[in-house]
Design a protein around this ligand. Structure first.
Ligand code: IDP
Ligand code: MG
Length: 153
């Protein structure tokens, strides 16, 4: 099975009406959407997602931000998807992210940076389980897969 990653379209992206544009970028890249839910993430879940940052000065503000308004939680599948999505998101702070990346094009903020993406295969597996049961992730074929993922070697 191809790699999977958790991508959260964070509350600022929803409030700024950017969800469609962000999703369109991942779709155009050829990543496959396999799960999605639009929810207001509880503070408890936000704290668990960001547990690696517990104790850092921005932790409280970060978990409040993520749980402050609805977010669109998604899972995407493709070979190498964790790294691909991280590259497409850009550097953590909007004002440092390269133009052409999601954060580089749409954010000039430090903490309000529109998207969360798992940073390794291991954290992706852990993070996906925080939000989705196995029956909420849908395996299916896309018709253009041979053209999207073709290899000539
Ligand atoms: P990432 O989202 O690029 O993986 P992390 O270092 O994992 O970045 O940080 C998680 C989230 O915490 C960031 O996306 C951002 O929203 C927030 N954050 C990180 N560092 C700071 C900071 O110095 N000030 C405010 N918020 C921060
Ligand atoms: Mg991170």
């Amino acid at each position: 099975m191809a790699e999977r990653t958790l991508i959260i379209i964070k509350p600022d992206a929803i409030q700024r009406h950017l969800a469609g544009r962000i999703i369109a970028r991942f779709e155009k890249k050829g990543l496959k959407l396999v799960a999605a839910k639009f929810i207001q993430i509880s503070e408890d879940l936000a704290r668990r997602l960001y547990a690696v940052h517990r104790g850092k000065p921005f932790y409280e503000g970060l978990t409040k931000y993520l749980s402050s308004a609805p977010a669109l939680v998604t899972v995407w599948e493709a070979d190498g998807v964790v790294e691909i999505a991280r590259k497409m998101m850009g550097a953590t702070f909007g004002y440092e992210a390269q133009p052409g990346t999601i954060r580089g094009d749409f954010s000039s903020s430090r903490g309000y940076n529109l998207v969360h993406g798992s940073d390794s295969l291991k954290s992706a597996e852990h993070e996906i389980k925080l939000f989705f049961g196995p029956d909420e992730i849908i395996g299916y074929d896309v018709a253009d897969a041979p053209w999207l993922y073709g290899k000539n070697d």
